[in-house]
Design a protein. Structure first.
Ligand code: NAD
Length: 434
């Protein structure tokens, strides 16, 4: 299949690479010339485990190419995937202007039947808008089919998620497009992990509902963690206890420093706005968002318990990315926490295995350290914001020797409180005894 993938970000680049690895001829288009020039040289703009190897292999075998020429991409392809960004606008609604601009190009340059697949997360009704724009930009009537194919990949696990998805959701109306989408995805579907065909609007809503449900679980557990801190109780035991209920399941029950990233915060807010626009008071989603904001801020209160006066103090931060195994800093809780600490006069030394280059563009006046031990040297406290696996295996006795005052505020519950106490740390975590 000849496929054009428009937008080479986390989703577009991973989808394009996996689609090429599945034997398709893929041309990737982006407006960002620098990104495309780098990709042509094999330089990947993001950190995503496994992506570079897969991309190099498919580039060598000439199944994937990169260009800024959208006309060529559209005209040489049978299927066009749209994977451009949909960031929040000033009103917290999804800004779909990049999708609309791509739709204009598709209408303008279309030279034969195409299947146009939207992978970007966009409000219900967007695919119909795409169709209208394409039609209005066509010089002559050319047939096309529209497909909503929301993406559920998680950064850090994106290759695995794309090639072994829990489900593939496809919203469409045409039998021809259904045959084409089936031939693209049939190799990935399993009996228990099916391709789910549905109507277009439901497909668009499934993506928002899915992210909003996951965010709801996190905020619920964070609120329970607040209660544990007041009345006693261990949020990890509670997560285990409720997770053993097969109706609930064990995943996505971790309390912590709040969710971040390029999806949950914006998608929760955007879905709430869609509800409001349709006369529904988004009570649950408003609360989910509020609890998350509170949770991010609560880490500062915990830090103050151990370091009451922050002015002039050195604080080490481990973890900057919004979650492990990515360099994505969008809406990362570390941003708010570091900025608040700086406002209170603290000096920040930070370490993240992958996100430091991205962080440097966002967070100034931070000493970025090459290793986690150097970050804690001479500090008054260590704050853990992202649960990178390597933090679990570090030499905590060495940390104790290097840090000025043995204060650890663990926003991700990666250590056991009693072990930390035994090691002589003043240890505060989330929703657990300390
Ligand atoms: P991103 O910001 O990383 O990448 C978007 C890319 O689109 C950028 O490279 C940008 O230059 C390019 N672009 C913008 N306008 C363009 C245009 N007119 N023509 C060509 N290229 C254009 O975004 P992302 O994280 O890959 O997300 C893309 C979409 O997928 C969003 O709607 C997001 O909500 C959704 N999504 C993201 C994830 C994730 O984990 N990041 C997961 C599932 C769904």
């Amino acid at each position: 299949m000849k496929i054009c993938c428009i937008g080479c970000g986390y989703v577009g680049l991973v989808a394009a690479t996996c689609l090429s690895d599945m034997g398709n001829d893929v041309i990737c288009i982006d407006v960002d010339k620098n990104k495309i020039n780098n990709l042509k040289k094999g330089i990947i703009p993001i950190y995503e485990p496994g992506l570079k190897d897969m991309l190099d292999r498919n580039t060598r075998e000439k199944r994937i190419a990169f260009s800024t020429k959208i006309k060529e991409g559209i005209q040489n392809s049978e299927v066009i995937f749209i994977a451009v960004g949909t960031p929040p606008d000033v009103n917290n609604c999804a800004d779909i202007s990049a999708i609309i601009s791509v739709a204009e190009n598709i209408g303008q340059y279309m030279n034969g039947y195409k299947v146009i697949v939207n992978k970007s997360t966009a409000p219900v009704g967007t695919l119909e808008k795409i169709g209208k724009v394409i039609k209005s930009f066509q010089n002559k009537r050319i047939k096309y089919d529209l497909v909503s194919n929301p993406e559920f990949m998680r950064e850090g696990e994106a290759i695995k998620d794309f090639t072994n998805p829990d489900r593939i959701v496809i919203g469409l109306q045409s039998e021809k497009a259904k045959r084409i989408m089936t031939s693209i995805y049939s190799g990935l579907a399993r009996t228990d992990k099916p391709i789910m065909f549905t109507d277009i609007r439901s497909a668009e809503l499934i993506k928002y509902a899915s992210n909003a449900m996951l965010a709801t679980r996190i905020s619920f557990m964070n609120e329970m963690a607040q209660l544990c801190e007041k009345v006693g109780g261990d949020i990890k035991a509670i997560a285990k206890g409720i997770g053993l209920d097969s109706r609930i399941g064990p995943r996505f029950l971790q309390a912590g420093a709040g969710y971040g990233g390029s999806c949950f915060p914006k998608d929760v807010k955007a879905l709430a706005e869609i509800m409001k626009a349709n006369g529904i008071e988004a009570k649950i989603l408003t609360a989910v968002d509020e609890v998350n904001e509170l949770q991010k801020r609560s880490l500062i209160e915990k830090i103050k318990k151990l370091v009451p006066v922050l002015k002039g103090k050195n604080i080490a931060i481990w973890g900057l990315a919004f979650k492990p195994k990515t360099d994505d800093m969008r809406e990362a809780p570390s941003i708010l926490i570091i900025q608040q600490l700086q406002e209170l006069g603290a000096k920040i030394k930070a370490f993240d295995p992958e996100a430091q280059e991205t962080a440097k563009k966002i967070l100034q006046d931070v000493t970025y350290c090459d290793d986690p031990y150097f970050a804690v040297k001479g500090c008054d406290a260590l704050v853990i914001v992202t649960e990178w696996n390597e933090f679990r295996d570090l030499d905590l006795k060495k940390v104790k020797r290097l840090i000025k005052h043995p204060n650890i505020i663990d926003g991700r519950n990666i250590y056991e409180p009693y072990e930390m106490e035994k090691l002589g740390f003043n240890y505060i975590c989330v929703g657990r005894k300390y």
